[in-house]
Design a binder for this molecule. Structure first.
Ligand SMILES: Nc1ncnc2c1ncn2[C@@H]1O[C@H](COP(=O)(O)OP(=O)(O)O)[C@@H](O)[C@H]1O
Ligand SMILES: CCCC(=O)OP(=O)(O)O
Length: 360
C-alpha cells in the first residue's frame, strides 16, 4: 500500500530527506556534504545526491513502492506566486538547463522527477526559492535594465513566520516581521502583512556574506578581481555563490568547526564571524527601515542559528529594534509534506508551472 510522502530538501551544504505518513514525520535525516562536493556544479553533484536518497530509503527499511508522492524543495525558475506546483516538463527543462541559475534546490526538483518517473508517481514542489512578492521600489537598481528579483528561503521564511504568528495567537497576514534564514546562504526578509516586500537575493551577490556566499561586493573591486584572475562566467558564478563567504576566508563553511577553532584561540576565525554578524545586523537594520520601524518580531532560523556564539554576536546590533525569536534549523520538511498532502487531498490546489515564452 502506498502510504508515505517522500520529502527531498537539497540545500547548498546538505541533503535532507524524510518520510511522512499524512502529516506525521516517520523518519528524517540530514546528510552534510564535504566542501569538495558542494563547490561542484549541480550536474557533478547529481549522482552522489541521488545515492544519498537511496541510502536513506535503505537505512529506513522502506520499499519505494510504498511512496505515493515526492515533495521537493523547488529551485531557480521564473518568478512565481507561492503554492504547490507539479514538476512538469516545462519546470524540468528550466531546472535542468539552469536558465534562471544553478542552486542545489534545482536538483531537488530534478531528482524528485527522476525518482517519481521510476515508480510512476508524481513529484511536486512547494514555495520555491523564486517566490516573488517584492514591492516595486525593492525591484529597482540604479541601472536601467538591471532589476532585482526575489531569490530566497521562501519556504522556510514563510513557515517560521506562520509558526510564530500562530504561537502569538495572531494571523501572519496581520504582522510585520523580519525573518533571517542563516543556512549555506543567508536571506533577510521584510514580511509586511503576509508578503515579503523586500529580501536580499540569497544567491547572486547581495546582502550579508554567508557560509558559502560572497554577499554584496563593491562593483569596481569585483570587476578588477575578475580581470586580475581572468575569470570565466562560470568561475565568477562559483566564486560568489559557492565558494564565497566563510568558505573563502576560512576554507570551511562549517560554523561548528569555526567556533571550535575560535575556542582554541583562532583570532582570524573570530574576526571573520564578527564581520558576518556585522553584515547580518546591517541588513536587518535596512529591513527595519523598509517596515518604517513597525516590527512585531525578528525571527532567526536556519542551521547557523543553532550557534549561540553567532547569535550572541548578532543580537547587540538589532535587539533594540524588536523582540527576537529563534527557530534553529528549519521547518521545511513539514512545509513540503504539508504542500504535497494538501494537493493529494484536493487536486484543485495543484498549480501548473508554465515556461516563459521566448520572443527572440
Ligand atoms: N548545530 C549547529 N551549530 C552551528 N552551526 C550549524 C549547526 N548545524 C548546522 N550549522 C551550520 O549551518 C549551515 C548549514 O545550514 P542549513 O540550513 O542546515 O543548510 P542548507 O543551506 O544546506 O540547507 C552550515 O554553515 C553549518 O555549519
Ligand atoms: C537560493 C536561496 C536559498 C539558499 O540560499 O539556500 P541554501 O542556504 O540552501 O543555499
Amino acid at each position: 500500500m502506498k502510504k508515505f510522502i517522500l520529502v527531498l530538501n537539497l540545500g547548498s551544504t546538505t541533503t535532507k530527506v524524510a518520510l511522512f505518513r499524512d502529516l506525521n514525520c516517520h523518519i528524517v535525516k540530514t546528510y552534510s556534504h564535504d566542501k569538495e562536493l558542494i563547490s561542484q556544479g549541480i550536474n557533478e553533484q547529481k549522482a552522489v545526491r541521488y545515492d544519498t536518497i537511496i541510502q536513506f530509503l535503505n537505512e529506513s527499511n522502506v520499499n519505494p513502492e510504498e511512496i505515493s508522492i515526492v515533495a521537493a524543495r523547488g529551485g531557480l525558475l521564473q518568478p512565481v506566486e507561492g503554492g504547490t506546483y507539479l514538476v512538469n516538463d516545462d519546470m524540468l527543462n528550466d531546472l535542468t538547463s539552469g536558465k534562471y541559475g544553478e542552486h542545489a534546490s534545482n536538483l531537488s526538483g530534478i531528482l524528485a522527477a527522476e525518482f517519481a518517473g521510476n515508480y510512476n508517481i508524481e513529484a511536486v514542489i512547494t514555495d520555491p526559492v523564486v517566490v516573488d512578492e517584492l514591492s516595486v521600489q525593492a525591484q529597482y537598481t540604479g541601472i536601467e535594465g538591471i532589476r532585482r528579483t526575489s531569490i530566497f528561503h521562501a519556504l522556510n521564511q514563510k513557515a517560521v513566520a506562520r509558526k510564530y504568528a500562530s504561537s502569538a495567537g495572531k494571523n501572519y497576514e496581520d504582522l510585520n516581521l523580519i525573518v533571517i534564514h542563516m543556512g549555506g546562504g543567508i536571506t533577510v526578509g521584510a514580511h509586511h502583512l503576509g508578503r515579503v516586500i523586500d529580501v536580499n537575493n540569497g544567491l547572486n551577490g547581495d546582502g550579508p556574506m554567508s557560509p558559502t556566499r560572497a554577499g554584496s561586493l563593491p562593483a569596481a573591486g569585483l570587476l578588477k578581481y575578475i580581470d586580475r584572475n581572468n575569470l570565466s562566467h562560470q568561475e565568477f558564478n562559483k566564486l560568489i555563490s559557492k565558494k564565497g563567504g566563510l568558505l573563502s576566508h576560512l576554507n570551511t563553511e562549517d560554523v561548528r568547526d569555526i567556533t571550535a577553532d575560535i575556542d582554541n584561540g583562532d583570532a582570524h576565525s573570530a574576526e571573520v564571524l564578527e564581520a558576518m554578524a556585522f553584515q547580518i545586523g546591517k541588513e536587518i537594520g535596512a529591513k527595519a527601515a523598509v517596515l518604517h520601524g513597525e516590527i512585531d518580531q525578528i525571527i532567526f532560523t536556519g542551521g547557523v542559528s543553532y550557534s549561540e556564539y553567532v547569535m550572541d554576536l548578532i543580537k547587540p546590533y538589532i535587539s533594540f529594534l524588536a523582540p527576537v525569536t529563534v527557530y534553529p534549523g528549519e521547518l521545511e520538511m513539514e512545509a513540503l509534506a504539508y504542500g504535497a498532502y494538501t494537493v493529494e487531498q484536493d487536486r484543485s490546489l495543484l498549480k501548473t508551472y508554465k515556461a516563459e515564452v521566448s520572443h527572440d
